[in-house]
Design a binder for this molecule. Structure first.
Ligand code: 5GP
Length: 139
């Protein structure tokens, strides 16, 4: 498998070299808003330590990330009065992965509402409002 690239975009977010809208962090994980949200409240959860994806992650990295996914999944249920949550995760380019730092997508879902198509930049102010709702649900 290809080696971890410390200059991937999520590594830069972790180092604060590029901006992100953070909603939660602990010692091991960070959750921040996806800039191309496929649903209102679409966020990403990553480990703070390097790994490309599930295939090279340690059990400790996976456990920490899933704990945060569960916490944020519950928070978006409350924040968006959601009917469910989709958790997505892709491994390597052929598996649909575009950014090579392990991440889980957390997408609040409502009955009969489809995900929006991928690749469309969100409105920064709207994303900031959604982040605030998630932070409020966490507190
Ligand atoms: P995946 O690797 O799971 O296919 O998708 C990567 C995800 O990262 C996409 O949903 C995309 O919108 C998101 N993304 C790509 N670049 C950035 C960025 O610079 N900041 C944030 N917050 N999200 C990003």
């Amino acid at each position: 498998m290809t080696a971890y690239d410390p200059d991937n975009i999520f590594a830069k977010i972790l180092r604060d070299e590029i901006p992100s809208t953070r909603v939660f962090e602990d010692d091991e994980t960070l959750a921040f808003m996806d800039i191309m949200p496929r649903a209102d409240g679409h966020l990403l959860v990553i480990p703070k330590t390097p790994c490309r994806n599930v295939l090279d992650a340690s059990p400790d990295q996976l456990a920490a990330v899933i704990r945060t996914v569960q916490k944020l999944g519950r928070a978006v249920m409350t924040a968006f009065d959601a009917d469910g949550v989709t958790v997505q995760q892709f491994n390597e380019a052929a598996g649909g992965q575009e950014v090579f730092h392990l991440h889980f997508h957390v997408l609040p879902r409502h009955e009969d509402v489809s995900l929006r198509p991928p690749g469309k930049m969100g409105d920064f102010d709207v994303i900031a409002e959604h982040a605030e709702k998630i932070r409020a649900a966490l507190s």
